[in-house]
Design a protein around this ligand. Structure first.
Ligand code: ZN
Length: 478
């Protein structure tokens, strides 16, 4: 390859298999105004690198990480520790010396000094070996960096190094560990990084501190719900720090069906109208619903319908009346079952038919006690089975109007109680309970002892907290 070709190659971004390099490459592309990394011209690449260098110089000259415009300098410690922009020794230097040091750091090595090996990420000529001054080297079996013996870093080409220099522009900066959202859905990644680069202008260029975020998982929830297209891949949340005080990398993943469901619940009118109830169902005494929902989504998605069941039961316990948002939540749980858990339509119909029958029986009760009793069996499948068996006798001896099938069919029994590993019995029982409340609400059931003490319980009885209200306001334009 000619020297001119080599030079051209060292100013062309490529996407590699490394998620953080990819986020950085998209951020660098956004700094040039290009739609995607591979469309960035060598001139555009040089301009973006120059801009990043100027931002680093400006931050370094602040010298004080606690100054009102010292945020980027502070954050740089967790991306480029010991670098020419933030090492203690830099403090004593003049502005000119700082400037020269940073420019030297951000200039590609001369051809004569190249090590003659390939870039470990893209396979092109490497220009040197790079360690934690330039690249987050967190330990993880997935992203463990392969370092040749005797070298303190990775063999990288210049565009890959610059992708890591651009990484902070594409991350949610917190002052502590940074948050990168990654996906193999290129369009989604481009969109998310582009918005982040825009937002980071005030933190990186102006050096102003970033607002606190309620939880890292909410960053992903927000990005998904504000994205207008169908997602073609799952998303990963990478939380990392390259700081001298402790290098960390945590990776949390959302599979595509769940990511797409969270996105769609902001778009489809019939699902969107229940979202406020879904937030109420996930709110804790001290934590907002968006945090509970986002955490459940990343760490234990089956808890989403369980949170709905618990919330509805709590409200029923307090008022003795079936909450008015039972139907909205049941709608969300059904779509969750089909679209995220891949439950078969027929199986969901079996659970719903059972719920309908249970509701017909409870609808004859004038006291709220029997529904409370049914709810208490959710924790104990043996007791739920016994409860349903007793009701099945009642169903046969004294069938309610409209009873045209057994209370509990054999398929429903299997779905609710089979402990085989391919059956999510616990999940199905939560669905059953939510569906029973939906049916009771539809039947207009008002137990006499409940109605005597309570007025109709509405959303106003359990208002959304401040954070959740603000979150929903942010979605009004969707
Ligand atoms: Zn490379």
């Amino acid at each position: 390859m000619s020297v001119a070709d080599l030079d051209e190659q060292q100013h062309r971004l490529v996407l590699t298999a490394h998620p953080l390099q990819r986020v950085g490459a998209y951020a660098l592309a956004e700094l040039t105004g290009a739609e995607e990394p591979e469309k960035v011209t060598p001139e555009g690449f040089r301009t973006a690198v120059e801009k990043m260098t100027a931002d680093a110089v400006r931050a370094a000259k602040v010298r004080d990480t606690k100054a009102p415009d010292g945020f980027w300098l502070k954050v740089s410690l967790s991306f480029f520790p010991n670098s020419k922009m933030n090492h203690n020794a830099q403090l004593k230097k003049s502005d000119e010396e700082l400037d020269a040091g940073i420019r030297e750091w951000r200039t590609p090595p001369e051809l004569a000094s190249w090590p003659g090996v390939r870039c470990v990420l893209c396979g092109r000529e490497a220009v040197g070996f790079y360690g934690k001054v330039d690249v987050p080297l967190a330990e993880s079996h997935l992203y463990r960096n392969t370092t040749p013996r005797g070298h303190a870093g990775l063999a990288l080409c210049w565009p890959c190094v610059c992708s890591f220099h651009a990484l902070p522009y594409g991350c949610r900066l917190t002052g502590g560990p940074s948050i990168a959202l990654h996906s193999w859905d290129e369009r989604f990644l481009a969109r998310v990084v582009s918005r982040q680069v825009e937002r980071n202008h005030q933190h990186i260029v102006l050096g102003r501190a970033a607002d606190k975020i309620p939880a890292r998982e909410v960053v992903a929830l927000h990005a998904l719900r504000h994205y207008g297209e169908r997602l073609t891949a799952g998303v990963e949340l990478l939380v990392f720090s390259n700081n001298n005080k402790g290098q960390t990398l945590e990776i949390h993943s959302l599979e595509q069906p769940l990511a797409e469901w969270l996105r769609k619940t902001a778009r489809r009118p019939e699902l969107r109208q229940g979202f406020a109830a879904l937030l109420r169902a996930h709110a804790g005494p001290k934590s907002p619903g968006v945090v509970g929902l986002a955490r459940n989504a990343f760490h234990d998605p089956e808890r989403i319908p369980a949170a709905c069941a618990r919330y509805l039961a709590d409200r029923f316990d307090r008022s003795g009346l079936v909450p008015s948002d039972a139907a909205d939540l049941a709608g969300l749980c059904s779509s969750f079952a089909i679209e995220v858990m891949w439950m078969k339509e027929n199986d969901l119909a079996e659970i719903k038919a059972t719920a309908h029958s249970v509701a017909l029986l409870l609808n004859r009760e004038t006291s709220a006690g029997k529904l409370r009793e049914f709810h208490s069996t959710l924790k104990d499948p043996g007791r739920m089975q016994a409860w349903l068996r007793t009701r099945a006798v009642e169903w046969t001896l004294n069938p309610p109007e409209g009873a045209d099938r057994p209370l509990l069919g054999s398929r429903a029994f299997q779905l609710l109680f089979d402990t085989g590993s391919d059956n999510r019995a616990w999940f199905h029982r939560q669905l059953l309970f939510v569906a029973v409340l939906e049916e009771l609400h539809r039947l207009g059931w008002r137990p006499a002892d409940g109605a005597a003490v309570a007025k109709e319980i509405t959303e106003e009885d359990q208002p959304l907290g401040e954070d959740d209200t603000k979150y929903l306001q942010g979605e009004e334009s969707l």
